[in-house]
Every structure is written in structure tokens, then in C-alpha cells.
Design a protein around this ligand. Structure first.
Ligand SMILES: NC(=O)c1ccc[n+]([C@@H]2O[C@H](COP(=O)([O-])OP(=O)(O)OC[C@H]3O[C@@H](n4cnc5c(N)ncnc54)[C@H](OP(=O)(O)O)[C@@H]3O)[C@@H](O)[C@H]2O)c1
Length: 294
């Protein structure tokens, strides 16, 4: 097995690097720009812009991976709404280029996707439920999923996930749990919606599932999330309760008062039966993971 990771500077990418190192799995970490993860040896890192087809070909032909774990993406949903062309290039067109390059060397291609492919009217969702994306980001991810079926002969998996959280180094953006914990500790005001329901996912659990799918040569769609679907407001309250932080700075809001550029699905969450049965996936609870955050 030789794993090529895209987006290794991102939160999930860093966790996949950790796992490959701890399991002794051969890997090449790639991301845009310089290596920003201190635990990833520079000798196992290469800059790869996933929107550059020639760059993809050179890196793939040199390393000859057997599996590609494709975590890189434009992940800020409101930025995607404002820049639909950039979003389409990174989240859809690049996937097609990477998938074709994977086929050419006979490698398994794994795409990271999102609960946002669903409209949130009937969560929690199973893998066979019908998507209905509501935003530019969500559509780009769903179209990327569909493109994989068009690459004849491609061996692929799709891992959909929900609000990924955990600790990383020099991340380009924070994540809900870390942000809430820091804001509560600093006594900053927090405006939190109570009408969006999600199953937050510990990045280490997600990385474990991504690698496990590759190791087991599984294909098709997998729903991978935390075990519990609750409102964003309740997630923040759980952070406050665990760390014994005051909640008087939290204001409870409805989504329609926020004026966010991208429309969000009200209630997602995943039915995890397939992952539990096939992969023996056992996600950690929020409190189990809080104990591991600094
Ligand atoms: N985070 C969530 O809550 C969530 C929820 C559902 C699905 N997902 C999906 O899960 C995956 C991993 O998410 P994450 O939270 O780990 O994302 P992340 O922390 O935002 O990391 C994404 C990485 O992709 C890299 N990247 C962006 N454009 C690139 C390009 N043209 N070439 C090479 N690398 C590029 C970024 O590099 P820079 O750091 O240099 O910008 C970043 O390191 C994504 O596919 C995302 O759509 C995430």
C-alpha cells in the first residue's frame, strides 16, 4: 500500500498523516504551498496544486500510489457561494483530473464529501438516500461524487462527513469546537443557532475510517460522523459544561437571522449502520474527545 494524501496541511490531512506514521504505512503527503505540519517529514511531502493537471501527472507518475485519500477542497461554504468558479475548479474539476490520473495508474481514489449534499429535511441520512444540495459548495461536492461514476473502470470510495473538529497545526481555518472553547474561555459573545442539527465528527475517527476503507479495499459511499446528532447550540453548551465555562455570553439564534451567504440544511446527521457493520467503525462521543483536546 502506498497512500497519497491531498490537503495534508488541512485538519483531516494532518490526522491521516498521523495515522500513516503510527501504522507505518508508506505515504506521500501533498498540499498547496509548503509543508505546514511539523510531524510530517519534509522527505514525505510534496507541493501539489490539485487544479494543475500536469502537476498531478508528475507527482502520481513519480510516487505511483495505490490509494489516494483526497481531503483537499475549498471548504468555506460562504466563500464558495461568493466565488462559484473557484469552488467549481477546486471541488469538481480537480476531482475529475485526480480521478482520471488515479485510473491511469490503477489506484483507488477516495473522495471526501459532505452531509450538505442533502437538503436537511429528513435527516439522519443513510448512504442510499437521495441528495438535494442547497448551496454552491454542496452542489460542487455532489457533482464531484457523480463525476466519479463517469470515469469508466475507476476504483473509488466516497466518504461523506459532518462538522469535522479537532486540533491541528497552522490550519487555514478553525473548527466549531475549538472556536467555541476559545471564545467561551475568553468571555467573547457567541451567536449560536439552535435550528441546525449536526453530528460533529472527531477528525481522528474520520481519518481512521478513511484509511480503514483503503485497507479493506472497500468501494462505494460511506457515511462517517460522530455518534450523536444535536443542535449547534447544544454542541456549544456541551463544550461549556465540559470545561466548566460560563454560558451567559451565548445568544441563541434562528438561522434566518444570520444572513449567511450559503443556505444550510436544517437537520442532517448520518445513520452509521454501514460503517459500523463493514468497518467496525466506533466513533467517540463528544466528551471522550474533549478530554483529548488541549
Ligand atoms: N471541515 C468540515 O466540517 C467538513 C464537513 C464535511 C465535509 N468536509 C470535507 O472533508 C475534507 C477535509 O476537510 P478539512 O476540514 O480537513 O479541510 P481543511 O482543513 O479546510 O483543509 C483543506 C486543505 O485543502 C487544501 N487545498 C485547498 N485548495 C487546494 C489546491 N488547489 N491544491 C492543493 N491543496 C488545496 C488547503 O490548503 P491551504 O491550507 O493551503 O489552504 C487545506 O489544507 C474536505 O474535502 C471537506 O470538503 C469537511
Amino acid at each position: 500500500m502506498r497512500i497519497l494524501i491531498t490537503g495534508s496541511n488541512g485538519l483531516l490531512g494532518q490526522k491521516v498523516v498521523d495515522l500513516c506514521l503510527s501504522k507505518g504505512l508508506p505515504f506521500l503527503a501533498t498540499s498547496s504551498g509548503e509543508n505546514r505540519y511539523s510531524k510530517c517529514p519534509d522527505s514525505q511531502y510534496q507541493t501539489l496544486d490539485i487544479t494543475d493537471e500536469a502537476n498531478i501527472k508528475v507527482v502520481f507518475d513519480q510516487y505511483l500510489p495505490t490509494h489516494i485519500i483526497h481531503t483537499a477542497a475549498m471548504t468555506n461554504v460562504d466563500a464558495c457561494e461568493a466565488q462559484p468558479e473557484a469552488c467549481d475548479l477546486v471541488n469538481r474539476q480537480a476531482v475529475y483530473m485526480l480521478a482520471k490520473a488515479s485510473l491511469a495508474i490503477g489506484a483507488h481514489f477516495q473522495l471526501l464529501s459532505t452531509d450538505f449534499v442533502f437538503d436537511g429535511e429528513a435527516g439522519p441520512y443513510k448512504e442510499t438516500d437521495q441528495p438535494n444540495p442547497l448551496s454552491v459548495y454542496a452542489r460542487s461536492k455532489y457533482e464531484a461524487e457523480q463525476l466519479l461514476q463517469e470515469v469508466d473502470g475507476l476504483n473509488y470510495s466516497i466518504v461523506r462527513t459532518i462538522i469535522v473538529y479537532g486540533q491541528g497545526e497552522q490550519l487555514s481555518r478553525s473548527n466549531l469546537i475549538l472556536w467555541a472553547k476559545e471564545a467561551l474561555q475568553e468571555g467573547k459573545p457567541l451567536n449560536i443557532v439552535d435550528d441546525q442539527f449536526r453530528a460533529p465528527t472527531w477528525a481522528d475517527d474520520l481519518a481512521w475510517a478513511c484509511v480503514r476503507i483503503c485497507e479493506m479495499e472497500q468501494t462505494g459511499i460511506f457515511h462517517i460522523s460522530g455518534p450523536e446528532t444535536i443542535s449547534i447550540y447544544d454542541i456549544v453548551l456541551r463544550v461549556a459544561a465540559y470545561y466548566q465555562l460560563p454560558t451567559d455570553q451565548i445568544t441563541r439564534l434562528k438561522s434566518n437571522t444570520l444572513n449567511q451567504a450559503a443556505k444550510r440544511p436544517p437537520r442532517t446527521g448520518f445513520i452509521l449502520d454501514k460503517a459500523m457493520r463493514t468497518l467496525n467503525y466506533k466513533p467517540h462521543t463528544l466528551e471522550e474527545t474533549f478530554a483529548l483536546l488541549n
